[in-house]
Design a binder for this molecule. Structure first.
Ligand SMILES: *Cc1c(COP(=O)(O)O)cnc(C)c1O
Length: 474
């Protein structure tokens, strides 16, 4: 394809994308393909000679689209959303056209300086104080890995990268039982080892870490000759929105000089609304905080905002400066590749700029507030519906429930059949999780274009399908 043929296809793609977003609500949310359907539709050998875009595009519609689960569907209530607001998609289109690789300031000064400015806009949007600076990582998993490596290096007096961990005493990292699996993986990759990730018991409605139990665990480790290293807090856990009492956990972490990282991958977006900040008082004491604008805020995937109180610790952990990467004579500039594990970096800040300028913070806040309010309305309605139990209360727009009709025996099996039947039906999409061993169904609202009636439709679908399951069982 020649570049002078590009704009025709670019227009077709833009038309297609607009139509897709305007009509996606008419499709079943979850893909209906069987395993292997797409694989088998793709030729097993690559073509030797080139094909026309006409043909390729037709195959895209015929083979690919049926195998897509529609994350941009207004009734996507599963997992957490991965929103792609229109202006952020346009920014990504531009970025893919200019395709800069933004590892160093000089490899695209605009990308670096835009990133600095956008991370500071987000810092202000979340009301984090001045010392925090930020970097855009590809994922919360990467940000957490960078934070774990930093806490490891600090605890080892910066010797781990050089000497390895073989002659060190075991490093201990603390978190609650509710954290995301990305924490476990960061611990594995950092060489700390799963057995040194200490799960502190939780308590209370927010299912947060018990600070007294945290302190007891730290004391026991010190007595046993182990090395306390850091604490990973969770604000808005994936299963039920579990949230640690940040202030009280910080009291303990500070007392023992431990590095702290807060995983607010999903809920961090909500902190642009002042009224939700009561969920994290004390956040300004954390060393490292991550949230994903690509989830609830609307920035096209991927885009993870990582704030550091003292970026020098991170840079001291991750920076390698071989001669060919040095940008001579430009002291004081930021090379963001020294702030992350991957060297190469996409220009992700542009979509934040497009997004925030299009809606303004107030426009984004209004969306988030609607999602929370509608989700709570649905919660109230289901709580008042016979045979349904709320298992965990709304944390922002996330809560869990169970179908528990009188006389039903195996509630886990019943609820699993219910969630599967709902997803086969296609009007809405939900997922299950476990709470204290029980299988429960999650509900969260957060899709960018969802409306009140989309959310309330979930009540009809859930109760209708539950009733039909019970009729089937008779
Ligand atoms: C989504 C999520 C993650 C993982 O985010 P990635 O960007 O996919 O790595 C981690 N923690 C929490 C609480 C999440 O919701």
């Amino acid at each position: 394809m020649k570049w002078d043929e590009f704009s025709d296809w670019g227009r077709k793609v833009a038309d297609w994308a607009q139509d897709y977003h305007l009509t996606v609500g008419e499709k079943p949310v979850r893909a209906r393909t069987e395993p292997g359907d797409v694989l088998n539709a793709l030729p097993s050998r690559p073509p030797e000679s080139g094909e026309g875009m006409e043909e390729i595009f037709a195959d895209f519609e015929e083979i690919v689209m049926p195998g897509i689960t529609h994350w941009q569907h207004p009734r996507f209530f599963a997992y957490f959303t991965s929103n792609a607001a229109a202006p952020s998609v346009l920014a990504e289109f531009l970025v893919s056209a200019i395709a800069p690789q933004c590892m160093l300031w000089q490899t695209s000064p605009a990308a670096t300086e835009m990133e600095t400015r956008m991370m500071d806009w987000l810092r202000q949007a979340l009301d984090l104080p001045e010392p925090y600076q930020g970097v855009i990582q590809d994922s919360a998993s990467s940000a957490t890995l960078a934070a774990v490596l930093t806490m490891r290096e600090k605890a080892l007096n910066w010797k781990g990268n050089e000497e390895g961990l073989f002659s060190q005493k075991p490093l201990r990292v603390y978190c609650s039982s509710e954290v995301h699996t990305s924490i476990d993986r960061a611990i594995w990759v950092a060489g700390i080892g799963q057995q040194n990730l200490v799960r502190v018991p939780i308590k209370g409605d927010w299912r947060g870490m018990d600070p007294a139990a945290l302190e007891a665990a730290i004391k026991a480790d010190i007595a046993a000759g182990l090395q306390p290293t850091g604490v990973i807090l969770c604000v808005g856990g994936t299963g039920t929105g579990a949230t640690d009492p940040v202030d009280k956990v910080m009291d303990v972490a500070e007392k023992y000089g431990l590095y702290t990282h807060v995983d607010a991958a999903w809920a961090g977006s909500a902190m642009i609304c002042p009224e939700y900040r009561h969920y994290w008082p004390g956040i300004d004491r954390a060393d490292s905080i991550v949230f994903n604008p690509h989830k609830w805020l609307g920035a096209q995937f991927d885009c993870s905002a990582h704030f550091l109180k003292n970026p020098d610790d991170l840079v001291q952990t991750l920076a390698i400066s071989p001669e060919y990467l040095k940008t001579h004579g430009k002291d004081g500039i930021i090379n963001y590749s020294e702030w992350s594990v991957p060297l190469g970096r996409r220009f992700r800040a542009l979509k934040i700029w497009f997004l925030i300028r299009t809606y303004g913070l107030e426009g984004l806040r209004e969306r988030l507030r609607n999602h929370v309010n509608w989700s709570v309305q649905l919660h109230d309605k289901l709580a008042a519906t016979p045979d349904f139990e709320i298992v965990t209360p709304p944390m922002w727009s996330l809560w869990t429930f169970r179908y528990a009709p009188k006389g039903a025996k195996d509630l886990d099996a019943l609820n699993l059949s219910l969630v599967n039947a709902i997803n086969d039906d296609g009007r809405i999409y939900l997922t299950q999780t476990r709470v204290d061993g029980d299988l429960v169904i999650r509900f969260q609202a957060g899709q960018f274009e969802t409306t009140e009636s989309d959310v309330m439709m979930a009540h009809d679908v859930i109760t209708e399908i539950a009733a039909s399951l019970m009729r089937g069982a008779d």
